[in-house]
Design a protein around this ligand. Sequence first.
Ligand code: SAH
Length: 354
Amino acid sequence: MKLLVEELREKRTLGDAGLMELLTSDDPSADACLFAAARETAEAHFGRQVFLRALIEWSNICRNDCLYCGIRRSNPDVRRYSLSRESILRCCENAWRLGLRTFVLQGGENPPAAEKLAGLVAEIRASWPQAAITLSLGELPADTYARLRQAGADRYLLRHESADPAHYARLHPAGMRLENRLACLRTLRELGYQTGMGMMVGSPFQTTGNLLADIRLLERFRPEMIGIGPFIPHPATPLGAYPAGSSERTLRLYAILRLMHPDALIPATTALSTLRPDGRTAGILAGANVIMPNFTPAVERAEYTLYEGKASLAVETAENIRKIHEELAAIGRTVSPSRGDYQENLSKDTDNHV
Ligand code: SAH
């Protein structure tokens, strides 16, 4: 196992058999070796710093009907909301004052509303010229992506969800196609967005072979950001009776992908923290280097339930940031004061990884 990890670290890739072995191993000492290598690689490229992103769940109104997602269109139990302009600006102000330098506007898929967000993006850009603006609004027409980019958005998160078209189809309503999602990702990249992809671990029907295909797709596309979290069932969805994904396997994927993409921005996701209270630090210690604390006002936060038992539901924002600083200090990490844009070959000395 140690040899496989060394090979992955050196070559930044590995054959299918080797990757399968790393993904499925249930030997804790193999994980320890994998995580240590990933941690060292992250450190060689980013130092001991972690980037924070302020997550603002701006609306749960969604035209889409993803079979796993709690805010899908056909869930009648959701009280639908969109944050007002003032409320979003307050979230940004709050985040800026607490030292965060990236604002992430995430929401349901709602093309007309997304189109109207361009004005607000321009306003945020003018008010906080030094902050990065990330969007995560699903699949939109190319000209909407273009207008949002022109208004000042820097990055876009659009998980591919599954690299296998047949598996993808089992997670999504008829009419939604992997091909469209990948076309959106290519458009985003062409428009100059730093682009994020990713998938859930342990989504229903997912095989280890599916995850391998995900790893290969990421390897071909080389996104700047890689967002991965465990699947967590939501009872009011068609897939609500399937078991949650494995947090161990999620951590293994962070580590494998860190070794394959030394410069990528990889968050320790909220879904992971929902499955295990030490999710943030466990993620960082497996090679992740981003944390996305929630800045959505408490009332709306409770209505943005993609899955059951979402972590940090009741946590007050400033208190949460204080806690993150503490947790990171305890594992010898600090919060970076910078925006944390993607930079290729950050490392000054790539050979120094002992
Ligand atoms: N509507 C936007 C962004 C919101 S969903 C979009 O389509 O990209 C953000 C991510 O949450 C999704 O990409 C999905 O991978 C994840 N997610 C949704 N439901 C989930 C669940 N039940 N468990 C874990 N993650 C989930």
